[in-house]
Write a protein that binds this ligand. Structure first.
Ligand code: ATP
Ligand code: MG
Length: 213
């Protein structure tokens, strides 16, 4: 039985390589240089499928992939239905934060009771965060370049991932609130875990043993 693992290109793929190696899995090609969406490995029974980061939970949920690696941000937005999430891999670490244009009085805006316009790629996380604070928000869904929104008057604030803060700084934005710490997790299709237990469990054990603190 073939084991299919869903990964996204870029940081998740790169940071997953050592974990795959610990499970004796070495990709035959690098997705950055290959245009293939299905990548073989040194193990004839293991293949990788390369999908958008936000599509990983969907492939695993429907069993098109048995395993996947996805950010906590993506998993919260997806909802996690049908997914077993046994392991925090401690890779692709960053923070989900609220940011505003330098000089915008966020505290006053929040206290005032007025509605705050919030642009984000993460409506679920943003909605929950502001609901818990009792702040009324209008969520404006964007697919990228959130940093632009406050600068052109589309929003008062953004909810976005921040790692070094370099992008915020370059766009005259400041982080004003930390929402959650983000890292990537292993997700497993629940039916596949039962059906392919003998193949999957050793991979889970190898990953668990290779996670860096
Ligand atoms: P796409 O770029 O295809 O629109 P994406 O931005 O979600 O999708 P990536 O940039 O590869 O894809 O991010 C994948 C995951 O890595 C995110 O879901 C998040 O968990 C994490 N991540 C995003 N940005 C950073 C960052 N700056 N530093 C560390 N981890 C990050
Ligand atoms: Mg990205």
């Amino acid at each position: 039985m073939t084991l299919t693992i869903a990964l996204s290109k870029g940081r998740i793929f790169e940071e997953t390589l050592p974990l795959l190696a610990a499970a004796g899995i070495v990709p035959a090609e690098a997705p950055e240089s290959s245009r293939k969406l299905i990548i073989g490995t040194n193990r004839p029974d293991v293949q990788l499928v390369i999908v958008r980061a936000s599509d990983v939970p969907t492939y695993v949920q429907y069993g098109a992939a048995d395993l996947g690696i996805a950010g906590r941000d993506v998993l919260i937005e997806h909802g996690g239905a049908g997914l077993y999430q046994p392991l925090d891999l401690n890779i692709a670490k960053c923070k989900m934060m609220v940011a505003v244009e330098n000089g915008f009085d966020y505290e006053a805006a929040v206290k005032h009771g007025a509605r705050l316009k919030v642009a984000t790629k993460y409506p679920q996380i943003a909605r929950e965060h502001f609901a818990a604070k009792g702040v009324h928000v209008d969520i404006i869904k964007l697919y990228g370049s959130m940093e632009l929104a406050p600068l052109v008057g589309l929003a008062d604030a953004i909810v976005d991932l921040v790692s070094t803060g370099g992008t915020l700084k370059a766009n005259n934005l400041v982080a004003v609130e930390h929402i959650i710490d983000i890292s990537s997790r292993l997700v497993v299709n629940q039916a596949a875990l039962k059906l392919k237990y003998d193949t999957i469990q050793p991979v889970l054990d190898a990953f668990a043993g290779a996670v860096q603190p």
